[in-house]
Design a protein. Structure first.
Ligand SMILES: [Zn+2]
Ligand SMILES: [Zn+2]
Length: 727
């Protein structure tokens, strides 16, 4: 038994640390085995030499140290605790997000090693074809990493083991290598005066070692990337590491390739991280992070949890994107966590966007963040010319629906003649978002959800976008026996069908969640002009460069305005500004056609005019009037049950319990109420919205009350703090 005490955070469903007698070899961040009640579980050492509060004999001893080296940096331990406090999750959920699965399964993580041939003369039997193939390949390649061998010969780990066992091949520890740079991109880039000014005003903060948050407000195509690039190089000169976050994986793979190659030119060691990486690859990058051999990690939100010990710069690109929010527990917001991690490290945080979120703007206004405006596009490229079309004056032009206005059709033909590319944007996949009975007017719904079924014509099926079930097309209306109309409303597939009829010779590419995974090379194909028209969902509105696109059409600018969400105007505005920025980025002048039924809505008008600050200020005042975010936080409690009546009863009881017991007059309550999706995957749902100015203070009160309340056994609750949607 050791004569000192340590605090351990157990990887179980609890919210706080426990005290144990220490054993030799423990460090802050060590993974250990401990006993909690009668179960042995894993834990992470939070602090050494803590002072016990009870008699010494009432504490147990740490059972074992799992790995020699700590698995977490000290800032990540604090971040885990913050996740637990702010998002109301358990320690096990927090560490589930922070530690790679293989580490949590206690699989020893291997140092990055290489493979090479030994001097042994290799003799192979007739049937050892794979052993011979790998051996020959190694002969040609020379020393190489284990990962490259496995990449070249998938599922070959046992064959490699056999070769090592025979003594023909040996392992050796290897420094990680980074790709070499093709000549085509090795041209140095010169910053404009404006970009230079921004870099110079941020740089002094690195040496001060004080946390600061900077907002880059730059029109689309203003070269924010160039500023990031300079800041990364500067941080590296000081020996500091950079975390560079992007909202979505489509962007990670395409755009990041370009940026990371350019950084490699300056011998910066870059790793790209996203959720599609395999477990082994994850472990390799995680390990390199822990060993301190990485300079920059670029990736999606989960890159936030990599153990970087010398973190000096955190970049959040397209910070307004709702994709930064994690949709299952822990339901953290990548941007907010990034700012918090920068704070824990006394690092510089840079948020970039052409359309900052209201949350960010609010903090600029109250002086928490420093604003940097970039108003010019490099080489004085001009912003596109925007036309607004009022669809109320148009005639339906395809299957009785309003699809392409006369103006958009004219401009499309014009582009096809000039062999330039066009981009059409519609935020709904599928063919028709509704299947409506032609006799009784009822919509076809999913049997397990309260969501409408969406008709997907290419596969002749109906899909539920709430639970992702695919169903055969319903033959007749269950209410009256009538037929379902397949052409109500718009979806990307339907626009595709319309284009095929109008322009039979145009090469059209549709890009949405249904097609993107089957066509990973779409971006290169688009760049090499394999297509004339690209139709897509929000995926294509995100920071991608299309130099040959000179026309952008927004099919339904007000598609989101009818959604019952206080952020609808903000989203519509962002969409218009962002999509518009995709046109005319090279030396050609771009044009944008915005189709809308509500041309007078302020968010449409300001979006078309690209008037960002006026919109933000107006919207901020409006939100203040109703006490909506960013002025207050929303803590959303979701309650669900298989039984509709039990849920209704529980909600009613919970409501009166809250009325009686909730002391804080700072918390305002909305609900319980049925959200737009009252049933998902056979679960009935209700939600309660709690408005608060201080989550860290108010959430624990609410969770305390939740524990005191006697919930029926078949009702589950979960929390979503700062939700980005309310479905
Ligand atoms: Zn019917
Ligand atoms: Zn469903």
């Amino acid at each position: 038994m050791g004569n000192f005490f340590v605090e351990v955070l157990p990887l179980i469903g609890t919210h706080r640390g426990l005290i144990y007698h220490g054993i030799p070899g423990l460090q802050v961040g060590s993974m250990v085995k401990i006993q909690v009640r009668n179960r042995v579980c894993l834990g992470v050492v939070k602090a050494l030499e803590v002072r016990p509060t009870e008699a010494c004999c009432s504490y147990q001893t740490v059972l074992d140290v799992v790995f020699d080296k700590p698995v977490l940096t000290s800032d990540l331990i604090l971040l885990a605790e913050w996740l637990v406090r702010y998002y109301g999750c358990t320690l096990s959920t927090a560490f589930g997000a922070i530690l790679p699965a293989m580490v949590r399964q206690e699989k020893t993580y291997l140092p990055t090693y290489g493979l090479r041939l030994t001097r042994c003369v290799a003799i192979f039997r007739e049937n050892s074809i794979r052993q011979r193939a790998i051996y020959r390949w190694l002969q040609q390649q020379g020393d190489t990493t284990y990962h490259r061998v496995v990449k070249q010969f998938p599922k070959s780990s046992q064959v490699i083991q056999a070769l090592i066992g025979k003594g023909y091949v040996e392992k050796f520890p290897m420094e990680p290598t980074y790709p070499s740079v093709p000549d085509s991109i090795s041209t140095p880039f010169h910053l404009t005066d404006e970009q230079m000014r921004v870099v110079h005003s941020i740089c002094p903060d690195f040496s001060k070692k004080i946390h600061s948050t900077h907002v880059l407000l730059g029109v689309t195509g203003s070269g924010k990337t160039e500023i990031y690039h300079q800041l990364i190089l500067y941080a590296r000169q000081l020996g500091l590491q950079t975390l560079y976050l992007v909202p979505e994986i489509a962007l990670t793979e395409q755009a990041l390739k370009k940026i990371s190659l350019r950084l490699c030119l300056n011998e910066v060691k870059v790793e790209v991280w996203h959720s599609r990486l395999g477990e082994r690859e994850r472990l390799r990058i995680w390990e390199n992070a822990l060993n301190g051999t990485i300079d920059v990690v670029m990736g999606t939100r989960s890159a936030l949890f990599l153990p970087l010990g010398r973190l000096g710069l955190v970049i959040v690109d397209e910070e307004h994107e709702p994709a930064y929010k994690q949709s299952d527990t822990p339901r953290y917001h990548g941007r907010d966590l990034a700012i918090h991690r920068a704070l824990l490290n006394n690092s510089v945080c840079v948020l970039g966007s052409a359309t900052p979120s209201l949350e960010t703007w609010f903090n600029v206004q109250n002086g928490q963040y420093t604003l940097h405006r970039i108003v010019h596009r490099p080489y004085n490229r001009c912003l596109p010319k925007v036309y607004t079309v009022n669809m109320s004056f148009e005639k339906p032009n395809f299957e009785g629906a309003f699809m392409l206005s006369t103006l958009l059709r004219e401009k499309l033909s014009d582009r096809l003649d000039r062999k330039e590319q066009s981009l059409l944007f519609l935020n709904r996949r599928g063919y028709a978002p509704f299947l409506q009975c032609n006799a009784c007017g009822k919509y076809a719904t999913c049997p397990c959800c309260s969501a409408h079924l969406v008709y997907h014509r290419s596969q002749q099926v109906a899909k539920c976008h709430a639970c992702e079930r695919t169903l055969p097309m319903p033959k007749m209306c269950p209410h009256c026996g009538g037929f379902f109309e397949k052409s109500r409303g718009l979806g990307t597939q339907r626009i595709e069908a319309c284009l095929q009829r109008l322009y039979p010779r145009a090469r059209v590419l549709r890009l949405d969640a249904d097609t993107v995974s089957s066509n990973p090379d779409w971006y290169e194909q688009m760049l090499s002009q394999r297509y004339d028209i690209l139709i897509g969902t929000q995926m294509i509105a995100k920071g991608l460069d299309f130099p040959n696109v000179t026309l952008v059409g927004v099919i339904q600018a007000d598609g989101q305005l009818n959604v019952n969400d206080f952020r609808a105007a903000e989203r519509t505005f962002q969409l218009l500004v962002q999509v518009g920025g995709r046109a005319g980025r090279a030396d050609q002048m771009g044009e944008v056609v915005v189709q809308t039924f509500s041309p007078d809505a302020p968010c449409v008008q300001l979006g078309v005019a690209g008037n960002v600050e006026d919109f933000l200020n107006q919207e901020c005042r409006l939100r203040d009037r109703y006490g909506y975010p960013p002025h207050r936080h929303i803590m959303r409690q979701i309650l669900r049950s298989h039984s509709e009546s039990v849920l209704a009863y529980a909600c009613q009881q919970w409501d009166s319990f809250l009325q009686k017991n909730l002391q804080s007059e700072h918390i305002a309550i909305l609900g319980p109420a049925v959200p737009p999706l009252g049933k998902v995957n056979n679960y009935y749902r209700q939600h309660v919205l709690f408005f608060s100015r201080d989550v860290l203070k108010d959430l624990p009160c609410l969770m305390q009350l939740q524990r005191q309340f006697r919930w029926p056994i078949n009702v589950a609750t979960l929390w979503d703090v700062d939700p980005v949607d309310f479905v």
